[in-house]
Write a protein of this length. Sequence first.
Length: 300
Amino acid sequence: MARILVDPTMAQCPDFTSIEFQPSRTPLLSPVMDDAQAAAMLRTIWLATNATLTEKWQLQVASDAQEVAEQQRLLAEEEAQSLEAQKVQDALFAEEERKKNRIHHIPIPIRPRPTRAAESILVADYALGKLDKAKFVELYYWTNKGLSDAHLAFHTFDDDTVLPTAAADGSTVWTVASAARPATGVIADRLLNPLDFSRAVPRFIVSLEQRGWVPSRVRMLAKFFAVLMLHDYWTSDNQFEQRALLAYQEEQRRAWHQAISQPAGAWDISILDEAELSRCFDRIYHAERSSVFFRVPPMY
């Protein structure tokens, strides 16, 4: 339908009796229609035409209004989708920045400087960096000796050298040298004495929570340590049984950390593998027996 360009409701009906419309009246004159009747017929035709145009005009105005409203709705919907997409993108970018620059996003509470008692639980940057990457790290760093070493290093060294290291997502980040190198004299978990081990475990769990580990993983490791320390071997007088538990802990935790990033994934480490624990015991026992055998001088 052709668009109506002028509002017909604003039009004024012409005076068809005027001399101006004589050419329009003349063709209508006949023995049964005089000039006045011809003018009246022209007026009737004009009014009917104008009424039809008015009706079409109103439909056109309504259609235009509906089309404008639909366009506005689509624009508003598109803008809302764009804003939502921007929010998602900003959130992803913020999360990526938080992961890469975690130190800049750690909230600092409004409080006085911690006491010296609080300083005594300062953990080595190297160990905390390992936790941030979900990598295996020795429990030594949470023993009294490990904390003492970290405390001493914190007060005596001022090494601002930075080294390129791999972040958890594989990207390269610059890390302070002290956080990129292990401490000297680190004792393997299997060689820790039970007292140091039992002191380190709760501190280690607290560090996991403070470094933002997923609560389910923290609970799993806490349960893992609890299962070991409630095992009969832990309170045994047989030194091989205690050493087997410590060796089992180190081997299982190291393998578990390595498996986290593998396609097959990790497992519930808190489920004790008695068969593997027995193998650890046998291995330690036979290794000790062999060393004793080779140390004993021959009898002649």
